[in-house]
Write a protein that binds this ligand. Structure first.
Ligand code: ATR
Length: 281
C-alpha cells in the first residue's frame, strides 16, 4: 500500500509540496502518495478534520490558513511548534496526531547546506526583516542553534518585540525600523528577508534599499516567486552572497519527510530541479 501523506490548506491547488514529496518518495525507494485536501473557508474546519481522522493517513502538512486552527485537534505538540503557536507537519503514530513546525529548522538546514563554514561562527550579526510567522520560526531556530546577535527590523515594531521575547539569555536582539535598518545594513553578516514584499506580481518592490550593503554579507530572501527578487537583485549588484527562498521550501519538506519516515535524504540535486519547475511557471 505504501505511505499516504496529505496537504491541507487553502488555496493549495498550485502547491509545490506534492512535487517535492514525490521526489523524496522516489529517492528513498518508498512506495506512497502525497495528495492535496483543500478545505475552503466556507467549509467547517472541524468537520473536515473529523473526515481526515477517519482517513488512512500517515501524516500531513498544514499550510495557510490552518497552521493555528489545527492545534486543538492534536494529541501532542512538540516544543518548537508550541512556541511558534503554529503547526505545519502532523505525524500519525499509534493513532495519535503529533504536531511539529519544520519551517525554522528548514531555513537553518538550507543555510547550513549552502554556507556550511559561515554558519559555524555563532557570533555573526544577523538582521531579520519582518515579524510574521516565518520570521518567528526562523528567529527561534537561529536562537536555538546558538546564534547570539539577531536584530529584527519590521514596519510594526510591536510584532518584532514579541518575537524577540522568545530569545534565550545568550541572545541579544535590537528592534529597528525599516529606515534604521537601511542606514546600518553594512553592520550585518547575514540578512534574512521574511516578508511577502517583492512576491509576484509585485516584483518591482523591495522591503528596503541595500545601497550600503558590503560584499562580505549573505543576503537571503524567503520569497521564491520570483526566484530572483528585487531584494536579491540589489544584493547581487553589490557583490553579496545570495541565498534563495526555494531552498527553505525544500529543507522544511525534508524535515517533515524525516518525521514521517525516519529517513533523512540528501537532496542537493533537487535545488536545481525545483528551480527549473519554478522558472517554468
Ligand atoms: P508570514 O506568516 O507568511 O510570515 P505574515 O504573518 O502576514 O506572513 O507577516 C507578514 C510580514 O510582512 C510582517 O512582518 C509584515 O509587517 P507588519 O508586521 O508591519 O504588518 C510584513 N509586511 C507585509 N507587507 C508589507 C509591506 N508592504 N511593507 C512592510 N512590511 C510588510
Amino acid at each position: 500500500m505504501g505511505y499516504r501523506f496529505k496537504l491541507i490548506g487553502y488555496p493549495i491547488k498550485h502547491s509545490l509540496s506534492p512535487w517535492i514529496h514525490e521526489q523524496f518518495l522516489k529517492k528513498s525507494n518508498l512506495k506512497g502518495m502525497y495528495s492535496i485536501f483543500e478545505i475552503s473557508p466556507e467549509k467547517s474546519f472541524e468537520e473536515s478534520v473529523k473526515y481526515l481522522k477517519r482517513e488512512e493517513t500517515d501524516g500531513f502538512n498544514v499550510t495557510v490558513p490552518y497552521k493555528q486552527a489545527i492545534i486543538p485537534f492534536l494529541d501532542e505538540i512538540d516544543d518548537t511548534a508550541r512556541n511558534m503557536g503554529a503547526v505545519n507537519t502532523v505525524v500519525k503514530k499509534n493513532n495519535r496526531w503529533i504536531g511539529y513546525n519544520t519551517d525554522g529548522m528548514g531555513y537553518l538546514r538550507s543555510l547550513e547546506n549552502k554556507y556550511p563554514e559561515f554558519v559555524q561562527n555563532k557570533n555573526i550579526r544577523i538582521l531579520l526583516i519582518g515579524a510574521g510567522g516565518a520570521a518567528r520560526a526562523i528567529y527561534f531556530a537561529l536562537n536555538h542553534s546558538g546564534f547570539t546577535a539577531i536584530d529584527i527590523a519590521n514596519r510594526t515594531p510591536g510584532s518584532a518585540r514579541e518575537i524577540s521575547e522568545l530569545a534565550s539569555s545568550s541572545c541579544k536582539s535590537n528592534i529597528l525600523s525599516l529606515g534604521e535598518a537601511e542606514k546600518c545594513i553594512d553592520q550585518y553578516d547575514l540578512i534574512i528577508q521574511t516578508t511577502s514584499v517583492g512576491m509576484k506580481p509585485h516584483v518591482n518592490e523591495a522591503i528596503l534599499s541595500l545601497d550600503r550593503l558590503t560584499s562580505d554579507t549573505i543576503v537571503s530572501d524567503i520569497v521564491y516567486q520570483p526566484l530572483q527578487t528585487k531584494f536579491l537583485q540589489q544584493a547581487q549588484d553589490r557583490g553579496a552572497m545570495l541565498h534563495y527562498g526555494h531552498t527553505m521550501l525544500l529543507y522544511q519538506a525534508q524535515y517533515a519527510f524525516e518525521i514521517w519516515t525516519d529517513r533523512q535524504l540528501s537532496i542537493n540535486d533537487l535545488d536545481v530541479k525545483l528551480k527549473a519547475v519554478l522558472e517554468g511557471r
